[in-house]
Design a protein around this ligand. Structure first.
Ligand SMILES: [Zn+2]
Length: 209
């Protein structure tokens, strides 16, 4: 099952809190310890003694910002109208409704106008917005808007295909379900030739249907 959710070219930007700048890992470990107790476990038993600290360390690593705000662009004054596509990027995030993992495969297209973006930048931006409690729809918009800010115009499109454990290991338990979200801005929303070229070239990059 595949769900297509297309975002409008200009989406309202809701104020959504991001991850805390500093995680108190000691306090988080204490809360995990308490959770184990509430779940009927003995946190002191062999196998669980280091679990609260490991979980706290993981949360700290997961939520740590990675400096995606640092733009890396290179001047290419001769470029005009070329379509650039970066696909095959895969990041892990956490569904904020169930706090279960979701794997997001990201494909980005943009049209350079005098500057090109360093290629690794695309993956870092995706990692930056994945490292928090998320929903796929918001993630797609945030990546697109961040890239639009980096390149200085709106000729950006982002396609995300997600596998959500909250759909596969709980609830309806549909392991094959995939959710696809699209955010197209600028010419990708108004130029049918450009958008069709992007779709033709990227269909195989979105992962298994
Ligand atoms: Zn969920």
């Amino acid at each position: 099952m595949t769900t297509f959710i297309a975002s409008p070219a200009v989406a309202p930007t809701a104020a959504v809190p991001g991850p805390a700048a500093v995680i108190d890992t000691g306090r988080v470990a204490g809360l995990i310890h308490q959770l184990l107790v509430e779940l009927g476990e003995d946190p002191a038993r062999e196998g669980l003694t280091g679990t609260p600290d490991r979980v706290a360390a993981w949360w700290n690593a997961f939520l740590s910002p990675d400096g995606a705000a640092t733009a890396t662009c290179f001047t290419e004054s001769q470029l005009g109208g070329q379509l650039v596509i970066v696909g095959g990027m895969s990041v892990w995030s956490l569904c904020e409704h169930h706090m279960l993992p979701m794997n997001l495969r990201v494909t980005v297209g943009y049209v350079p106008d005098g500057e090109v973006v360093g290629l690794s930048k695309f993956g870092r931006i995706a990692q930056h917005f994945a490292g928090r409690l998320q929903v796929q729809e918001r993630f797609t918009r945030q990546v697109a808007e961040c890239l639009g800010g980096v390149i200085g115009h709106e000729d950006v499109t982002v396609v995300v295909r997600g596998v959500h454990l909250c759909m596969s290991m709980r609830g309806v338990r549909m392991e094959e379900a995939r959710t696809t979200t699209v955010h197209s801005g600028g010419r990708f929303g108004t130029d049918p030739v450009l958008s069709q070229q992007f779709l033709t070239l990227t269909t195989g990059l979105w992962g298994a249907p």
